[in-house]
Design a binder for this molecule. Structure first.
Ligand code: IPE
Ligand code: IPE
Ligand code: MG
Length: 250
């Protein structure tokens, strides 16, 4: 029997010390990609899911420590029941199928978003994947499911208000450092670079608080066509950005 080995991947350029430490991606365009091929939208979601592995695996080479991906927004429930159910089943399959590879590559997986509306089987798989990978450090992968920036801030504020009501937090002590401690992302650094595929130049409720000073890249590629090379190139070109954070360089 002839064993066909996988083609060897070309090495990727490292973004170097000026590269982004945390990249967040709005993976958009799956539906249009499928429609262009005369296929159902779910076909696009399945093809899109395959791209995730490639980008995660590229992170150590490029020098990206944190990768956060937007998989399902709080607004995506407005889609047809068929699409929503198909996406939820895809998430379950993705987790089941990828757990081993993610763990072997030392990827630590976290989920952000409100879990209450998700089905119990999915929540169980999410908890297990977080637990299994909890000691890993090579890449911090955060997957946003039923995530909305406004919803996250509202949930955080509710808990913060409860702490005030219970006497655990002094309202006078609340500042810019306080609220992020209540966000789903409390353990993550802010994203340095946010990429959105598919040509739409909007952020669709993604990481609203955290991206206040992020750099943005809106690219035309539809998510199922996105490659590790494109990811590396965007991270490398980020190094040339002049991030002033409101100050004037002297
Ligand atoms: C992004 O692709 C994936 C999700 C929002 C779940 P879309 O499904 O939004 O694809 P388009 O934007 O319709 O092409
Ligand atoms: C944003 O894409 C959400 C995800 C990628 C998961 P959408 O396709 O839902 O955003 P809009 O509707 O174009 O703003
Ligand atoms: Mg879309």
């Amino acid at each position: 029997m002839i064993r066909r080995s996988k083609p060897k991947l070309q090495p990727l350029p490292a973004a170097g010390p000026d590269g982004p430490r945390h990249v967040a991606i709005i993976m958009d365009g799956n539906g249009r990609w499928a429609t262009q091929r005369g296929r159902p939208r779910l076909f696009g979601h399945h093809s899109g899911a395959k791209r995730v592995r490639e980008v995660v695996e590229a992170c150590p080479d490029v020098g990206v420590e944190y990768l956060t991906i937007f998989a399902f927004s709080t607004e995506n429930w407005k889609r047809t029941q068929v699409e929503v159910a198909g996406l939820m089943s895809l998430f379950r399959r993705y987790i089941t199928k990828e757990t081993r590879a993610l763990n072997e590559r030392g990827v630590r997986v976290r989920f952000i978003g409100d879990r209450v509306r998700l089905d119990h089987k999915l929540i169980k798989l999410m908890n297990e994947l977080e637990e299994i990978t909890s000691q890993n450090t090579s890449v911090h992968l955060t997957i946003a499911i039923n995530y909305g920036g406004r919803d996250e801030v509202a949930r955080a504020t509710k808990r913060l208000a409860q702490d005030v009501a219970d006497g655990r937090l002094d309202p006078e002590a609340i500042d810019e450092e306080t609220l992020p401690k209540y966000l789903d992302t409390y353990v993550l650094p802010d994203p340095d670079l946010v990429i959105r595929t598919s040509g739409e130049a909007r952020i669709s409720n993604f990481l609203l608080w955290q991206s206040a000073y992020a750099e943005y890249e809106f690219i035309d590629t539809l998510w199922p066509d996105f490659t590790r090379e494109e990811f590396a190139a965007l991270c490398c070109s980020y190094g040339g950005r002049d991030r002033r954070f409101g100050a004037v360089k002297t």
